[in-house]
Design a protein around this ligand. Sequence first.
Ligand SMILES: Nc1ncnc2c1ncn2[C@@H]1O[C@H](COP(=O)(O)OP(=O)(O)O)[C@@H](O)[C@H]1O
Ligand SMILES: [Mg+2]
Length: 258
Amino acid sequence: MTQQVQSDYLLSATGLNKNFGGIKAVSNAEIKVNQGSITGLIGPNGAGKTTLFNLLSNFIRPDRGQVIFDHQPIDHLQPHEIAQRGFIRTFQVARVLSKLTVLENMLLATPKQTGENFFQVWLNQSQVRQEERENKQKALGILESVGLIEKAYDYAGALSGGQRKLLEMARTLMTNPKLILLDEPAAGVNPTLINQICEHIINWNRQGITFLIIEHNMDVIMSLCNHVWVLAEGTNLADGTPEEIQTNPDVLEAYLGE
Ligand SMILES: Nc1ncnc2c1ncn2[C@@H]1O[C@H](COP(=O)(O)OP(=O)(O)O)[C@@H](O)[C@H]1O
Ligand SMILES: [Mg+2]
């Protein structure tokens, strides 16, 4: 991939701070994600990576700091409003609804539908049905592309852990995202499915979706990412190409004792 110009950030955060009681989970952290990139975020356990994701996507409020997405501050927005602008994230432990089918889980992610407004439903039933048909077609198309089509009418609870992670990723595509944050997409996933997930990420990226990925599996980071940020003890330790990061003595030291 060609190097993006420095200012072409889809996401940029500076001076982020979050304390939990006495613990400085995130301390004056910054991160920048180039438009069109697959950017990595690594660091030892407890480094503050998930907390940083929560701050970036406004699942928790920072004590200080600012997040700019698509050239606009998003500090004042709720996570669902941020998702409507094209910025969506997954969770370290996949959040799928076990007692709904795989297809129903996909459909829950659709942006605001006409059918949710009572009067519009009453006035325009055919438009609602048309939207529902289109969303279902879209969901089935995505499930087909990730190899989950056979499971469309199974309960999500019957999926393996890895398939649940894949479903959670597939579901983000229902909202036409510009940026997807993935929290440990390979954790607890078998090697075959990890390879498939990596291929999907590369394909989605080629279709124009930017990624920021937390991952402990260094093979995944090295094979996917254009640029990697390293957090340790809540703060920035380094950032650079995967090759630079792999040979950075400070990074190697931070991982000793892991
Ligand atoms: N909701 C919370 N309440 C209290 N402490 C928290 C909370 N979330 C995270 N922490 C603490 O913040 C630090 C960073 O955690 P986390 O962001 O989950 O790290 P990572 O994802 O890099 O493993 C840890 O010390 C963790 O125990
Ligand atoms: Mg984490």
